[in-house]
Design a protein around this ligand. Structure first.
Ligand code: SF4
Length: 327
């Protein structure tokens, strides 16, 4: 392990200043991904700014929605009464991620900031444009069974690993951040980036910005929601494909739908066009199959992940049927 400085500020401004003072500093909260990355020399920060003492641990009911502090643990989030009642989709998504031990440590902000689990990214002997820009993408012509079918570039075909973020993207959440230039709010669907020419950048955070909270607006999706994750074992496995589905149903007709997929792109993949397709349609498997077909437009597979092209629409249909209670 390479030596690094460690500071533990108690105030937000002090944390941001501590980060900004050092070009190679990083925030640490639960550390469930960052410490793995450091042990493998994938990232080598000279300073860690431990933010665990900042007052960002609360979940609050506000006018028009719920604010979740960035340091709320995944366990506290999934088990919170308000989240279970109003956003069961989010609770289901969080519980489907990682293991109980990791969820006890991992935070909301850290979950959003976790890096891809692409094997090449974690092996410093192999080429990876995300870890070391300009070295090439090992997965493009290598082992790519876990990789993207949407939104990739010739520089990177990795997927984002978070389940929680898929649900938050579907629920129209916004991310509050604070930095040297003040505070701002980012739509959750704009928080993570597609790889394009700069796969080393996972998010649209500006330099030295800190995630402070996530806001989820009130929405009528508590009754009919389902997070369905297809994975290789029942726990502690990343999604091959996952679907966050939420419906507002009246008289067997769909008033509104929210749909997003995980395991298929470099960011949570919101299915806006499929949502529009569902609006006004009857609750039926035929409607859901039509939406799934729309959702899959533009999908493209690599050598080892063609199974996702078949798996994804079936997962969408099954998640929508479960959300609607017609399984
Ligand atoms: Fe690196 Fe992305 Fe290629 Fe994986 S897919 S090797 S993360 S550039």
């Amino acid at each position: 392990m390479i030596p690094f400085q460690y500071v533990r500020p108690k105030q937000q401004k002090a944390a941001i200043d501590a980060l900004a003072r050092d070009n190679n500093a990083m925030f640490i909260a639960g550390g469930t991904n960052l410490l793995d990355l450091m042990k493998r020399y994938v990232v080598v920060p000279q300073k860690l700014v431990d933010i665990n003492q900042l007052p960002l641990h609360n979940i609050e009911q506000l006018n028009g929605g719920i604010r979740i502090g960035a340091l709320v643990t995944n366990t506290a989030l999934a088990e919170h009464k308000l989240i279970k009642e109003k956003y069961p989709l989010l609770s289901q998504a969080v519980v489907s991620g990682a293991s109980a031990q990791l969820r006890n440590m991992a935070t909301v902000g850290g979950n959003m900031m976790q890096r891809t689990r692409c094997y090449y990214f974690y092996d410093t002997a192999l080429p990876c444009n995300k870890r070391e820009p300009g070295t090439g993408c090992g997965a493009l012509d290598g082992v790519n069974r876990m990789h993207a079918i949407f939104g990739f570039s010739d520089k990177c075909i990795a997927v984002h690993p978070s389940d929680m973020s898929v649900a938050l993207a579907a629920l129209d959440a916004t991310v509050q951040v604070s930095g040297p230039k003040g505070e701002r709010s980012i739509a959750f669907t704009d928080f993570h980036r597609l790889p394009g020419e700069q796969p080393e950048k996972d998010t649209n955070l500006h330099k030295n910005e800190l995630i402070t909270s996530v806001f989820i607006p009130d929405a009528p999706f508590a009754r009919n929601a389902c997070y369905l994750k297809v994975r290789e074992r029942a726990s502690f496995a990343f999604a091959l494909v996952s679907v966050a589905a939420a419906l507002d149903i009246s008289n067997n007709s769909i008033r509104e739908a929210r749909l997003a997929m995980g395991g298929v792109a470099h960011k949570p993949w919101r299915l806006f066009k499929a949502e529009k397709t569902l609006k006004g349609m009857p609750v039926s498997e035929a409607s859901f199959r039509q939406a799934a077909a729309v959702a899959m437009e533009g999908a493209r597979a690599f050598e080892h992940n063609a199974y996702k092209i078949k798996m994804a629409p079936e997962t969408i249909v099954h998640a929508l049927k479960t959300a609607a209670g017609i399984v």
